[in-house]
Design a protein around this ligand. Sequence first.
Ligand SMILES: [Zn+2]
Length: 97
Amino acid sequence: MTSLNKNLKTCSKGHKFYKNSDCPTCPICEKERKPENGFLALLSAPARRALESNHIVSLQQLSKYSEKEILKFHGIGPSSLPKLKAALEEEGLSFRD
Ligand SMILES: [Zn+2]
C-alpha cells in the first residue's frame, strides 16, 4: 500500500514508465516508433535491400540523392518513390534537385 507506484504504468510491450496524466503513451514505444530508418519498413524487401546496399539507411542520406538516381538502383520500382517522398516530407526533407 504505497503511493509511490500510483503512476507507474506498463505498456503493451512491457515497458514500465511513469506518467502523471491519463495519457497512456509509452515514451519508450514513442521513441522506437520514430527511428531514423523507419522509412525502410514502408518499402518492399527488394527496395529496402537496394537502399541498404547503397548505404542509405536514413532519410538524411536519402535526401542526398535525386529521384532519378534512386530509380536506377536495382530493386527500386516507381511504386517505391511516393512512399519515399512522403517519408522525406514528414521530416521536412526532399529528394535532391
Ligand atoms: Zn512501451
